[in-house]
Ligand binder design. Sequence first.
Ligand SMILES: [Zn+2]
Length: 144
Amino acid sequence: MELQQLLDNIDAKRKADAERFKKLDEDKCQLCYAHGADKRSLVINCHYDIKEVVPEAIDLTNVTVETLPKRGYYLRICKACRGRLLAKLEEWRNECIALILVPKDHDGELREEEPGAYIPLRVHGRTRMVTKVEFHELTTKKTV
Ligand SMILES: [Zn+2]
């Protein structure tokens, strides 16, 4: 794919997301479809395409709402989905702090690699050295 075509595709997706944002039902959870008052706005901005793992997320680049940041990804969610996210964040935090004393490189990748892990693979914004089996599993993973 040529660079210009890639940039055009990104631009088209951002415009489509801005249209999706305009049509959002602010009383509907984008993830579990719970409907009713008292939904929450979630914005994630970590310089990574969140839509790779949460396709429902809306890229804010072309969304012009004063109360929202100009960059990042948006989700309208119910309190139960927010609670599930917070539980995952707690789990993630605990997993990370458990690695404080483990030797790692400047990107946080662990120095002890598995035998046979010689294939560099970009996964969720990080480069991991993986085995042939892991490479096959990770590159053929299906997303819904
Ligand atoms: Zn929900």
